[in-house]
Design a protein around this ligand. Sequence first.
Ligand code: PMP
Ligand code: GLN
Length: 393
Amino acid sequence: MSLDDDPLVRRMRPFGTTVFAEMSALAVRTGAINLGQGFPDTDGPVEMLDAAVDALRGGRNQYPPGPGIPELRAAIAGHQRRFWRLAYDPDGEVLVTAGATEAITASILALCEAGDEVVCFEPYYDSYAASIALAGAVRRPVTLRPHRGGYGFDPDELRLAFGPRTRLLLLNSPHNPTGKVFDRDELGLVASLCAEHNVVAVCDEVYEHLVFDGEHIPLAGLPGMRERTLQISSAGKTFSCTGWKVGWVCGPVPLISAVLRVKQFLTFVNAGPFQPAVALALGLPDAYYDGLRGQLGGKRDRLCAGLAQAGFDPLRPWGTYFVTADIRPLGGVDGMEFCQSLPFRCGVVAVPTQVFYDDVDAGRHLIRFAFCKRDGVLDEAIARLATLAVTGN
Ligand code: PMP
Ligand code: GLN
């Protein structure tokens, strides 16, 4: 290799800076309201913050145990039982990770040989494609398309995506960026295909508590699925602490042991003083979880109405804190160009979703807004977006 060559391994070269970092930098540069990268602009529950301060001051600043501190693993198992009626043994079936991101990456690296195929829905969360590439595996995306005001997929396309090389099915429900919440029939088909092809399911459920319509159904709870499913979540969304990077993965012992073998060489451990704080937060009463959902549901309605008024065609999400919108009614053609010019046109940042598709054309006209922001911030963004149609900017 000469020094002029790109030193980056070939399999990572298609991946540039993440669109979230790019768009957040654009927001900082232009002073625009950032409805791009998904992070709340308020803090999580004060009891949890106090518990983190106590842990920091109380000497819990060294390496925690590899699988996570026992109290957090117990709290995660308790949460799975309480909300989803899924029983996991905190010793061996629960693993704490550096955010959901590490859980996903470690799962893929642990379970895929080079050349194995991973079925996922597109648009996909960007780290999926990069982790699949790192493993030398191959992604087999099935496209979610706008359908009856939400998003749907063609069952035959899903059936055809499974084959002899399929090793994993990667499912994100509630789904970022579309806000789709997979229903029982859709999950039933996914489960039957996993069983038929002897495939492990990796389920990213970081938005499990942000469902406004329908219900969150963990794939692991479907008949026969627990033994072949890794269920992943994170404190970031549920407790508004995306910077803490406390995630976890639950599953049967053989799968969790495999993931731990890889995870121990990625970060080893993380977030020592935050782990007891998240353990406390997981045990908060139902009122906390209901309050979070209620608040974000209100923000969903607020932003969807504002986007429609501004001339977009929003696709109302059932879950997550994102809404996608069609830019064509406003004369937009390409979401990337639209998002790059939006801060200059009206002082708002959004994220183009075409970067989350292999079939770029399927998402070219769709962009994503985050609504996990204070109402005043959303109202100001809506007022600014409303100038697009008026001025034809
Ligand atoms: N999966 C999805 C679908 C996400 O939206 C995110 C973003 N937060 C993650 C995983 C990563 O979660 P974490 O920040 O806990 O690593
Ligand atoms: N999950 C967040 C989102 O979808 C972003 C996380 C990140 O920046 N990697 O906006």
